[in-house]
Design a protein around this ligand. Structure first.
Ligand SMILES: Nc1ncnc2c1ncn2[C@@H]1O[C@H](COP(=O)(O)OP(=O)(O)OP(=O)(O)O)[C@@H](O)[C@H]1O
Length: 368
């Protein structure tokens, strides 16, 4: 192998943080040459202001320093020219996964709740993170237009990068995340009407480069608004996970959010009860929001939908979960041994048992 080839092979280990593929495959390595013990490379960034330029540079440097005989590395950063960018876009476009295709193997899970503040976004962020930590390829769309809390729960303050008309989602804790909030001026109040939401979601599904995913999570706005209908139209294979607290008022509205599945023909995979109890120092449990809401919801949804809708998990009210969310590191990573993290990890584990596949799906068929 020539010394230049050796440099390229070493750079195969450098993964672009947004596109999640080796920079060598993405055409991001310009010149690479070895001059004595000094490696010199030019890295072609997708855009001039690439927010991750220093990460890429550091990874390139580290990869080249692992080569025997290299003790100095010079990295020059340049920007792709329009042809190089077009080639990259073509390459990526051919790999874009149409999640709405009935034959898509991505498992799409929309997380719904009746009312706000029951922990829907925290649960979505944690399940995505826990599955990514288990090696699954996970995407997360924050469609909660009233909340936009996902970026801060995932610790993202970076905007998505655009390669012409393609949007590259920031990656946090191994999850590709996109939020309508990333495209808004935070001081600008926006009144979201159904068609705007539909269009925004449609654009996320077509213009955001998620690549091939095992799981795509959607954090829905609370309630039974238009977006739930849009999700079912744009992603007919999507399933619903319903979050509630044990309180009867929360359960009643959550039931409406769940029975929307009758209309949209989505499958409700289960109920998660959050804030079930608070563990007291003396070992007792305080049921601040009452008890039984999750079980009641699971029963009534099973009755109305005509198939079992299990109560999948009961999460305690816990400081560690709130702290993790505030710090941008979901509790499954920030305090994995805490009771709430263990419940969330177990739930992710069970979802991971059936990541994707065509079993049980109706496939488009034509009889010749
Ligand atoms: N089990 C829990 N223990 C402690 N705090 C929690 C728990 N679940 C959620 N929280 C906290 O409650 C607040 C609301 O949670 P979150 O944003 O996830 O709710 P939501 O249902 O998505 O709300 P919305 O739809 O209004 O955005 C957050 O500050 C979160 O950290």
């Amino acid at each position: 192998m020539s010394s230049n080839e050796a440099l390229f092979r070493a750079l195969d280990s450098v993964i672009d943080p947004e596109l999640r593929r080796p920079i060598t495959e993405l055409g991001m390595v310009g010149d690479a040459r070895l001059d004595g013990t000094r490696a010199e490379v030019t890295i072609l960034l997708t855009i001039a202001g690439c927010p991750l330029r220093s990460t890429i540079e550091a990874d390139v440097r580290a990869a080249l320093l692992t080569l025997p005989g290299v003790d100095q590395v010079a990295v020059a950063l340049d920007v792709m020219d329009p042809q190089q960018r077009a080639a990259l876009r073509e390459q990526l476009a051919s790999r874009r996964t149409p999640f709405s295709d009935p034959a898509s193997l991505t498992r799409v899970i929309a997380v719904a709740s009746g009312k706000g503040g029951v922990g829907k976004s925290s649960i979505t962020a944690n399940l995505s993170t826990a599955l990514a930590a288990r090696g699954f390829k996970v995407g997360l769309i924050d469609a909660d237009v009233h909340g936009f809390s996902i970026p801060s729960l995932m610790g993202i303050n970076q905007n998505p990068t655009r390669v012409d008309d393609m949007i590259l989602p920031p990656v946090a804790h191994g999850v590709k995340v996109i939020s309508i909030g990333m495209f808004l001026d935070s001081n600008q109040p926006v009144i979201w009407r159904g068609p705007m939401l539909h269009r925004a979601l449609e654009q996320f599904l077509s213009d955001v480069y998620f690549g091939d995913l095992d799981f795509l999570f959607l954090d829905l706005p609370p309630g039974t608004g238009d977006i739930a209908i849009s999700v079912s139209q744009l992603l007919p294979n999507s399933e619903l996970l319903v979050v509630t607290t044990p309180q009867s008022t929360a359960t009643e509205v959550a039931e409406r959010a769940g029975t929307i599945a009758l209309q949209t023909k989505q499958k409700v995979i289960g109920v998660v009860e959050n804030m079930s109890h608070l563990q007291m120092p003396d070992g007792s449990r305080m049921e601040i929001f009452g008890s039984g809401g999750g079980a009641k919801l699971s029963e009534s949804l099973s009755d109305q939908l005509g198939y079992p809708v299990p109560l999948l998990a009961q999460l305690p009210l816990e400081e560690a979960l709130r702290e993790g969310s505030d710090q941008g590191t979901p509790v499954v990573l920030s305090a994995p041994q805490s009771p709430s993290a263990m419940v969330l990890s177990a739930l992710a584990e069970s979802l991971g048992q059936r990541p994707r596949g065509l079993a049980g799906r109706s496939l488009p068929m034509s009889i010749q």
